[in-house]
Ligand binder design. Structure first.
Ligand code: PLP
Length: 382
């Protein structure tokens, strides 16, 4: 096996105006959340998405909790979400005393199976939380119908889907950006997301009342008219000016980043479609995927599991990561009695057979060639 420079699973691209804007923070002394870049970043990012109001917070998990609080979610409420997602989604609900209710995923997109949602609606259901997995939009039209019929709110988790688009048939028949389709949407700007602030997040909405409650929750629920007087429990989830400085520089290049992601995603697909036993996320006709991560599923018939393939990729110096373990199977959620022995076979299978390959913005086609050859050897020598 030839010795090569390891290929990392992700690297951010920070060669725009990031250092220039950061230097401005330092020289001006504006480093806290009071600095001017925070408001600029909120305005420009929310308008990019197609929302009127943005509330910047310290990470995507905090954005989810803030959004649920802003929607008025409280103790005893139920929120329908996919089992196949990060624990942040369940935690946001649980912290407010609400109960996450899970559905399985669609085999082709790994997104929430929208046909299972209606059967989970009860008198306690208040919201549906679609998660646009790996940058592929959820099929939203069925959710719009269910939300209408049962008067539910939609909270989009668009942490992996900056700039991804969905073609809605029931809603205007135009391409809508992920984050512009729910009552409220959440983004993450963690270092491996499409654009990054290191750590960071944002709540985006068109509803001024939701935006106001989000801003309040983020900032200790201070009363505008009476500071240091509190009638609700709160957090300090503020984003710093330093983070917003990086975010602004990243946002200037978001179209370029998405073009890179799409082009590398298509190149991966072209290369790996020649390797038997590998399946990709299917890009549906209603979707413009941003390929946040180049995710694959290993055919069970090969008798290889994601674990084994990850180990072998590691021997080649190739960084890769496993899929999410279903929330229904998380020990802490079982212990808390959130799950009730239901089965989510597609989620379990994706967890067992799925992984994602190096996916950073600095990845080159030559590196993808190396990864594809490694996958070819791993699959053939099985
Ligand atoms: C990354 C991510 C989050 C959480 O964002 P953090 O900034 O890491 O807290 C939430 N949901 C999904 C789907 C994510 O991928």
């Amino acid at each position: 096996m030839a010795v090569r420079r390891p290929i990392p699973v992700n690297e951010p691209k920070l060669d725009g105006r990031e250092s220039e804007y950061l230097l401005k923070c330092i020289t001006s002394g504006w480093i806290s959340s009071e600095g001017p870049f925070v408001g600029d970043f909120e305005r420009l990012f929310s308008s990019y998405v197609g929302g009127q109001y943005g509330t910047a917070v310290c990470n995507g998990t905090a954005a989810l909790e803030t959004a649920l609080f802003a929607l008025g979610i409280q103790s005893g409420d139920e929120i329908i979400m996919p089992s196949f997602t990060i624990i942040s989604c369940a935690v946001a609900a649980l912290r407010l005393g609400a109960k996450p209710v899970f559905v399985d995923i669609n085999r082709e997109t790994w997104n929430m199976d929208t046909s299972q949602v209606e059967s989970k609606v009860t008198s306690k259901t208040k919201a549906i939380m679609p998660v646009h997995i790996f940058g592929h939009p959820v099929d939203m039209d069925p959710l719009f119908d269910i939300a209408d019929a049962y008067k539910l709110k939609i909270i989009e988790d668009a942490a992996e889907a900056h700039g991804a688009q969905y073609l809605s048939k029931t809603n205007t028949h135009t391409w809508l950006k992920c984050g512009a389709m729910g009552d409220v949407a959440c983004f993450s700007f963690y270092a491996n997301k499409i654009i990054t602030t290191g750590e960071g997040g944002m709540v985006v909405t068109n509803d001024p009342a939701i935006a106001k409650r989000a801003a309040s929750y983020r900032n200790l629920c201070f009363k505008p008219e009476r500071r240091f007087y509190h009638t609700e429990l709160c957090y300090n989830f503020r984003m710093t000016n330093l983070q917003a400085a990086v975010g602004l520089a990243q946002l200037e290049r978001i179209e370029e980043f998405i073009a890179i992601k799409r082009s590398l995603g298509e190149y991966y697909r072209d290369k790996l479609s020649r390797v038997p036993g590998i399946r990709f996320q299917v890009e549906k006709p209603y979707a413009k995927c941003v390929y946040w991560m180049y995710a694959i599923e290993i055919d069970e018939a090969t008798e290889l599991t994601a674990d084994l393939v990850l180990q072998r990729l590691g021997q080649y110096g190739i960084g890769a990561r496993p899929f999410f373990m279903g929330l229904h199977a998380q020990p802490i959620l079982q212990e808390l009695g959130v799950t009730t022995g239901e089965h989510f076979p597609h989620t379990d299978k994706a967890y067992k057979q799925g992984l994602y390959l190096p996916s950073g913005l600095t990845l080159t086609r030559t590196q993808i060639d190396v990864v594809s050859e490694a996958m070819q050897e791993i699959m053939a020598n099985n």
